[in-house]
Design a protein around this ligand. Sequence first.
Ligand SMILES: Cc1cc2nc3c(=O)[nH]c(=O)nc-3n(C[C@H](O)[C@H](O)[C@H](O)COP(=O)(O)OP(=O)(O)OC[C@H]3O[C@@H](n4cnc5c(N)ncnc54)[C@H](O)[C@@H]3O)c2cc1C
Length: 272
Amino acid sequence: MSVAWIIAPTQQVGGLVEVADELGYTKKFVTLAQGEVPAEAYAPAVAKAVEVSEGDVILVPNTQEGRVLGGAIAAQHNAPIFTQVKKVTPTSVQVARYGGVSLYTFEYSSPVVLVVDGGADVDVASDVEISDGAYDATVTDVEKSEGSSSNLSTASRVVAVGRGFAKEEDLKLAEDFASTIGAEVASSRPLAEGLDWLPRDRYIGISGQTVKPDVYFAIGISGQMHHTVGMQDSGTVVVINSDEHALMFDMADYGIVGDLYEVLPALTKALA
Ligand SMILES: Cc1cc2nc3c(=O)[nH]c(=O)nc-3n(C[C@H](O)[C@H](O)[C@H](O)COP(=O)(O)OP(=O)(O)OC[C@H]3O[C@@H](n4cnc5c(N)ncnc54)[C@H](O)[C@@H]3O)c2cc1C
């Protein structure tokens, strides 16, 4: 039976478990000792501990440390590594390129290392725990930014705001609406990079976050491809824009042509 090795620096490996289950492979979890040593410092130890055989896949989360660990494992086992993985079969892998604008399918011969979006927390029963063999690196200080608490990738409802909002204080309209429907607030890039109205981990798109909530509200967002590749896998898309020709309406299941300053308070009131 082939094995799906799941490298789990944290419990946020729900997406990796889904891939392993779809393949029908036996799952083996590799965990790291939690402490002052950064996960990346364990890369050589993890690479040696994973005993891959032909037919196996190694799944690493699409995080900074996951990508480092994946690279070390690939080098140790002379295996190929694919990033931005969307679909996997025992012989082929589909990966996103250009921020999701194109999907490429490659045939592979295993073992292979696949970098997969981590997703929700799961219970991880460690089969191999790595606690020794770390390089000499210790965390001495941690500065947290305000935005680091967001978990847009697992949000089921997202309210995304764009340059249709004229002033920073107007974002309160979106925050009130989001809290009424239990949604996370996100944005287009200009609001997070440039205007700095929201933290940088809140913008959606080719150079920002990728989300696939059940419901995505795009409010005052024009719908440039740079933005839409980050939300194109969303369930129901609701667009509010005063320009009936805005590209964003091409993505909409429900569209409201109107001034967000009138529509948004009315929606909040109706759903409260
Ligand atoms: C290399 C590169 C990478 C990029 N990466 C990203 C990325 O990752 N994410 C991203 O979002 N962008 C990205 N961009 C920028 C992108 O191209 C767009 O410029 C950006 O998405 C536009 O943001 P917006 O829709 O908020 O603003 P605009 O394009 O200015 O649109 C504002 C919209 O609000 C509407 N509006 C105005 N007033 C109202 C009102 N009162 N009520 C309702 N609607 C109103 C307008 O009709 C308009 O459609 C990138 C650009 C480049 C070059």
